[in-house]
Design a protein around this ligand. Structure first.
Ligand code: GDP
Ligand code: IMO
Ligand code: MG
Length: 429
């Protein structure tokens, strides 16, 4: 089948960027299908580090086409910064980075609305990245949005002014926030020139024709399934469908085209921003995970909340996505633990369950933990599953049993090469 999918099964930052970069050479096209510059995907190789926000993580693999799909929201300012970085690294991107005409644009005033609405929420704020994601998707579903294809139409400036006027009207409803619209608008229009220099395509035709021609496509998810607008921990979610279903609407392909669904989870769990997190660790163990895992947001620099791996949560997102294989990342971050916990089930209102209740904010949820012996050994240089200590193998096997999906890759460090292919029948690099 034409399109394989890589997506996050937790609350984002599972290591999607790294795994897309690793597997990209097996494909002809890497395509982002949703989200926008709220994403921060980190790639490390040859002593270099890149954080991508809008550009797909296949960009550093020569000859590969990278498509920003119609489901993505684009801020020309962030995109220009990313492209400048890529250019400075000597990467030829000009004919390899395509943009779907139906992708929506983030205006400076979308960001202001994000800031104003978050500030107005006070203590119940979402913890948004403040990149304008919510307001831009609201304009999309409200049928007011500006799209990439509009840029080349004669009345683009008029459409921009109309949307800006609407936003300025809305901003009056909120306590005043600081912004310098004239300055940011000038920067936005200047950055638009960089966007305009990229090839615009009718993404849906492009992808479907490519599939027909036998090309292989890898769809790259952003955020995580627990941040999905429909199935995440609402209202503490993002504003797009982050699950496999989002690939169809975000690229214009039929469900029958979906092949492998590669779900990524950390060997533990993190979340950035507000909202429920049943296995969160508040004490020194959580602090230790944050320090060992360098758990600070790739987009905002905020400290990530840390906790143990959560099986009911993962079983839920595996179900929603139709995951066919799992990738476990950051197992090396557990290297120093004497013992580990797996959140195997929940106790809700006194009863044990494997399912997520309607509202995870429910105070009565208590994870039921299963204890595992740690390996207390450095795994960052291990490249073969057979060479793992028995206790690490048994941790991975236990996850596989509880999650009922085969694990194809175990990632042992941030670098492209720090990897164990556990199941060569499922994946090769
Ligand atoms: P993404 O948003 O899912 O692409 O993930 P982020 O880039 O936001 O966060 C993942 C972080 O973990 C990045 O700093 C990666 O370089 C790093 N990383 C990825 N895989 C591994 C791994 O197996 N071990 C370690 N130690 N770091 C990893
Ligand atoms: P990647 O692709 C982690 C979180 C924010 C906030 C909520 C809503 O790097 O995994 P938004 O800006 O969308 O209005 O924020 O979602 N969030 C992420 N958390 N990784 C991300 O992306 C995220 N993108 C958004 O912290 O809680
Ligand atoms: Mg990230």
């Amino acid at each position: 089948m034409g399109v394989d999918v890589i997506l996050g099964l937790q609350w984002g930052d599972e290591g999607k960027g790294k795994i897309v970069d690793v597997l990209a050479p097996n494909y002809d096209i890497v395509a982002r299908f949703q989200g926008g510059p709220n994403a921060g995907h980190t790639l490390k190789f040859d002593g270099k580090k890149f954080v991508l926000h809008t550009v797909p993580s296949g960009i550093f693999r020569e000859h590969l086409i990278n498509l920003i799909g119609n489901g993505v929201v684009i801020d020309p300012i962030t995109l220009k910064k990313e492209i400048t970085n890529i250019e400075q690294a000597g990467v030829a991107y000009k004919d390899r980075l395509l943009v779907a005409r139906k992708a929506h644009l983030i205006l400076p005033t979308h960001r202001y609305l994000d800031a104003a609405t978050e500030a107005a929420k006070g203590k119940s704020k979402i913890g948004s990245t403040l990149k304008g994601i919510g307001p831009t998707y609201m304009d999309k579903t409200g049928r007011n949005g500006l799209r990439v294809g509009d840029i080349t139409t004669a009345n683009f400036k008029q459409k921009y002014e109309a949307l800006k006027a609407k936003h300025l009207g809305l901003l009056k409803l909120y306590p005043a926030i600081d912004f310098d619209l004239a300055k940011e608008e000038a920067q936005w229009f200047e950055s638009l020139e960089t966007l305009k220099a990229l090839p615009f395509v009718d993404g849906e035709y492009y992808i479907n024709n490519a599939i027909k021609a036998g090309k292989k496509v890898l769809a790259e998810g952003a955020q995580g399934s627990m941040l999905d607008i429909d199935f995440g921990t609402y209202p503490f979610v993002t504003s797009s469908n982050t699950i496999t279903a989002g690939v169809c609407t975000g690229l214009g392909i039929a469900p029958t085209q979906i092949g492998e669904v590669i779900g990524i989870t950390k060997a533990y769990c993190t979340r950035v921003g507000s909202g429920p997190f049943p296995t969160e660790l508040h004490g020194e163990v959580g602090e230790f995970l944050r320090k060992e895992g360098q758990e600070f947001g790739a987009t905002t620099g905020r400290p990530r909340r840390c906790g143990w791996i959560d099986i009911p949560q993962l079983r839920y997102t595996i179900m929603l996505n139709g995951v066919t294989q799992l990738v476990i990342t950051k197992i090396d971050i557990l290297d120093k633990f004497e013992s580990l916990q797996i959140g195997a089930q929940y106790q809700v209102n006194g009863a044990t369950t494997n399912e997520l209740p309607f509202d995870l904010c429910d105070q009565s949820i208590t994870p039921v933990y299963e204890e595992h012996t740690g390996w207390q050994q450095d795994l960052t240089k291990t490249t073969s599953f057979d060479d793992l200590p028995l206790t690490a193998k048994s941790y991975v096997h236990r996850l596989e049993t509880l999650l009922e999906v085969p694990i194809s890759i175990v990632s042992t460090g941030p670098n492209r090469k720090q990897l164990i292919i556990k199941d060569t029948a499922l994946v090769s690099v």
